[in-house]
Design a binder for this molecule. Structure first.
Ligand code: WT7
Length: 638
């Protein structure tokens, strides 16, 4: 029996049970046999969820890039590590071999050093999906610097908040980015953001769009000339198992974004292990995850997990609709992609288009299909299964979070029988629990509750950067001795899990996690706005879309609502990014409130979802009369 590579259901159960019986020896064996260590650990695991404090492989020393690159050179030096597919297909793909990746990462790491970056420094990476993004991530890891990748769709304000929160010394960006037929002025956004970031002394600029940009004397430097001069050998900096590898921001239901801190050894072991099993990766495969490296999916399953397994990982710069809606399938055919991992929102968008866009292409190379980021509805699941997998490729519906670092609940393809909308079974080492409203664990099957994890796993985030108390309050205070995910879930008669959605004020729009509070803060900046509340409502393609209830100040009352709506969405775009724009806006005469002044979002959610027949008890409201007004007004909101 192999712990590392599960090949059938019986083996899954054996491995899973072993991981419960003795988690430490389970992970120790995997760590020992499949990774390169500079020094062995003294202790596999110590943990205390009340602090919370979790340490894996304490005492060990390593460098993750030696695991992702150097150790493959002897046997896979000429194998493609990163297969770059540009936005414009006519530009042609780039095959970056492990040898080349080694050289590019080493040179980049030497540039970082020459610019004064040292172990433990934070470096913000704000790049489109071009090879420099993966290379810069690995270059940071090479020298023990902590990368903080910010998705290049975020606005200047969102970028500056993230740069300042973790005191980044450097920003790595490009002149611009290509997305479909658009060119985006990334450097302009960086310039705007840096007006309020005093700690950044250097900006490295990769050339991509050859746009006309401003270079600030002394601060901004073109990357290529520095790389040209850099030495192609860079000894990896040895770090400790629990040294931070990266920070990645995720929205919370309140307050500013949370900088989740992931550490080195546990993250490496878990992302590699889950990559191997969930995608059943084999040596000659070509694996493609369509996510952006700006999200955790890209960190774990474009960069670290695949490279730690010596895989070929596709990096796609573009969008599914350019030059036309067949783009994904054209890439699958061209590169003979074997594993394809995407978001339900992309599947729903493509399913709306003519099937000709799919049927033109030979998709017979595919062996495993995956989804991530939000629940997949049954219709989308069947479309994916029938038209892309031709009922021949198992679909892995993978549930996890930025905080968990790796996939937690997922089928093992060709082992776990799949059912649409079910993430199915926990991966080895993962101990889920469902809790009732009173904090008691619901044992047995056929129960529904709040999803928690009872035991540490190697890739869990260790803290929120600069705010350990918030980490404890958010994840470890709702239930004793358990990590609370923020999701609801049910366990069916055979023990399969189905994720039912967020139970807090986070709304998942097109697979992006959005907290309501920061959006409301942006809206409330508008001089005509008195108050606002955002809820989610079901949307065909996005899964959920945003519905905003907005009350105006007296001074705003004569204003044209169409103009106001535009201004409000512009404010949101400026403060957060276009992904957080409201789909519907209702200018309301008031918001329903409890006697203590709390907005009753439950009622607002029902009105937005047109479920007004059963609003529950509204008599305890401070202003019950507003409910009928809201329902009436909602009828004209489009
Ligand atoms: C939230 C985490 C994990 C990488 C991308 C998102 C939702 C994620 C699923 C799934 C139902 C899912 C959860 C979770 N979610 N995967 N397979 N089925 N819901 O990471 O931005 O941190 O969001 O995404 O609500 O809590 P994230």
């Amino acid at each position: 029996m192999s712990n590392y590579h599960i090949k059938h259901l019986e083996e899954y159960w054996q491995v899973y049970r072993k991981s419960l019986r003795n988690p430490e020896s389970f992970w120790e064996e995997i760590a020992e046999e499949h990774f390169l260590w500079r020094k062995r650990w003294d202790n596999v695991l110590s943990w205390d969820f009340s602090k919370p404090e979790v340490k894996w492989f304490e005492g060990a020393e390593l460098n993750i890039t030696e695991n992702c690159i150097d150790r493959h050179l002897a046997t896979r030096g000429d194998k493609t590590a990163i297969l770059f597919e540009p936005n414009d297909p006519s530009e042609g793909a780039q095959h970056i071999t492990y040898n080349e990746l080694h050289e590019r990462v080493s040179k980049f790491a030497n540039v970082l050093k020459s610019q004064g970056i040292k172990k433990g420094d934070r470096v913000c990476i704000y790049l489109p999906m071009i090879p420099e993004l993966a290379v810069s991530v690995l270059a940071c890891a090479r020298i023990g610097a902590i990368h903080s990748v910010v998705f290049a769709g975020f606005s200047a304000t969102a970028l500056s908040t993230r740069i300042n929160d973790c005191d980044c010394k450097m920003v790595i960006c490009s002149d611009g980015s290509f997305r479909g037929n658009k060119t985006i002025d990334l450097k302009g956004i960086v310039d705007e953001a840096l007006k309020s970031c005093e700690g950044v002394s250097t900006v490295l600029v990769a050339e991509r769009t050859k746009s006309d940009i401003e270079m600030k004397e002394g601060r901004d430097k073109w990357l290529q000339p520095l790389l040209d001069e850099a030495d192609s050998v860079c000894k990896a900096t040895v770090v400790k198992a629990e040294d931070p590898l990266f920070i990645l921001y995720t929205s919370g239901s309140t307050g500013k974004p949370k900088g989740m801190v992931h550490t080195t050894a546990g993250y490496m072991v878990y992302s590699a292990y889950t990559f191997k099993n969930v995608f059943q990766y084999r040596e000659a495969d070509v694996y493609w995850c369509t996510a952006d490296i700006g999200w955790i999916t890209g960190h774990s399953y474009i960069v670290y997990g695949p490279l730690a397994n010596g895989a070929t990982t596709v990096m796609f710069e573009g969008v599914p609709s350019y030059p036309d809606y067949g783009r994904f399938w054209e890439i699958v055919e061209k590169h003979k992609v074997t594993q394809f991992y995407t978001a339900p929102t992309a599947i729903r968008a493509l399913a709306k288009e003519n099937l000709e866009f799919v049927n033109k292409y030979d998709l017979s190379s595919l062996k495993v299909l995956g989804t991530v980021g939000e629940p997949i509805n049954e219709e989308a699941w069947h479309w994916y299964n029938d038209n892309i997998g031709k009922k021949n490729s198992p679909i892995v519906d993978t549930w996890w979070q930025t905080e968990t670092g790796g996939i937690m609940i997922s089928p093992i393809p060709y082992s776990t029988p799949t059912i649409p909308t079910y993430a199915t079974l926990p991966l080895p080492g993962i101990q889920p629990a469902l809790m009732d409203e009173n904090g008691k664990e619901l044992k047995g099957n056929q129960v529904e509750g709040r999803l928690c994890i009872k035991f540490p796993w190697p890739s869990m985030a260790r803290t929120i950067y600069g705010n350990h108390e918030r980490y404890r309050d958010t994840y470890f205070s709702a239930y004793e001795n358990a990590y609370f995910t923020g999701d609801g879930a049910l366990r069916d008669a055979v023990g399969y899990y189905r994720i039912t959605g967020r139970v807090d004020d986070v709304i998942i729009v097109s697979g992006h996690n959005l907290g309501t509070a920061p959006i409301e803060d942006a809206i409330n900046e508008h001089p005509a706005v008195a108050e606002s509340a955002i809820v989610g409502y079901p949307h065909d393609i996005k899964g959920n879309a945003l519905y905003g209830y907005i009350t105006l100040k007296e001074t705003g009352e004569g204003r044209n609502h169409d103009n106001l709506s535009k201004e409000i969405n512009q404010l949101i775009t400026d403060r957060i990014g276009p992904i957080a724009k409201l789909n519907k806006i209702q200018f309301a005469s008031g918001l329903p409130k409890t006697r203590s002044g709390k907005i009753m979002r439950r009622i607002l959610r029902k009105i937005a979802c047109k479920e007004t027949s059963n609003l529950g008890d509204t008599s305890t409201l401070l202003n019950p009369e507003v409910v009928n007004e809201l329902i009436e007004q909602s009828l004209v909101v489009s």
